[in-house]
Write a protein of this length. Structure first.
Length: 211
């Protein structure tokens, strides 16, 4: 056998041999990574300790409460009728109080919505341009279910879906100021009685800021 036959042959795929790190080299490479992990752990621990020592203060939830009487004063300047500003229980909050023009029905509307003590909803829409199409839309095509008398005024009661009830005072039945008023909500009978009585009492009254 010749000397050439004893020489090592290169691998067929010609892949160079991987360099081998010495223990000292491995230690030097791993030291920065260990230090980074320790630093992150210390930082996370410090942040957690800070939040534990300084808990967030209790924040009262925000409840929107519009000034219905003040908004009614503004609306009175553009409306041809006295916008309702009923004296509902002081613990009720007004979610909205707005003046809207709906050209598709030729109707301008004063709308107010309340959240009651029981966190139920009661709202009303008032206009001096009421017509059957607008009333049907406001009541979601609800079916008439009867008549209720509130201080001498007859409201048509309509039962809607999902427990919604509607009370409709048409201009023909309203001999106080001739407006059409639609009251709606999912409140209790007692809360509706409060709202209906307050609305009737405020019909035709010019709004003021005294509640």
């Amino acid at each position: 056998m010749t000397e050439r036959e004893h020489e090592p042959r290169p691998s067929e795929d010609h892949t160079p041999a991987k360099p081998q790190l010495t223990p000292a080299q491995s230690k030097r490479i791993s030291q920065p990574m260990v230090a980074m992990v320790i630093t992150m752990a210390v930082t996370v621990g410090a942040v957690a300790a800070f939040y534990m020592m300084n808990p967030e203060p209790d924040v009262e939830p925000y409840h929107r409460d519009e000034d219905v009487h003040q908004e009614a004063i503004y609306v009175a300047e553009v409306a041809d009728f006295a916008p309702l500003a009923p004296d509902v229980p002081e613990t009720w909050t007004a979610n909205y109080a707005r003046w809207e023009t709906r050209p598709e029905h030729g109707v301008s509307v004063w709308e107010v919505g309340y959240t009651t003590d029981a966190v139920d909803f009661i709202g009303f829409a008032q206009t001096d341009q009421g017509n059957p199409t607008w009333i049907a839309e406001e009541t979601d095509q609800a079916t008439p279910a009867g008549i209720v008398d509130i201080e001498g005024l007859e409201f048509e009661v309509r039962d809607g879906d999902r427990g919604r009830t509607y009370y409709v005072l048409t201009e023909d039945e309203n001999d106080v100021d001739g407006t059409t008023v639609v009251i709606t909500g999912d409140a209790s009978e007692e809360e509706f009685t409060h709202a209906l009585t307050a609305l009737v009492d405020s019909l035709g009254e010019e709004p003021d800021t005294e509640e």
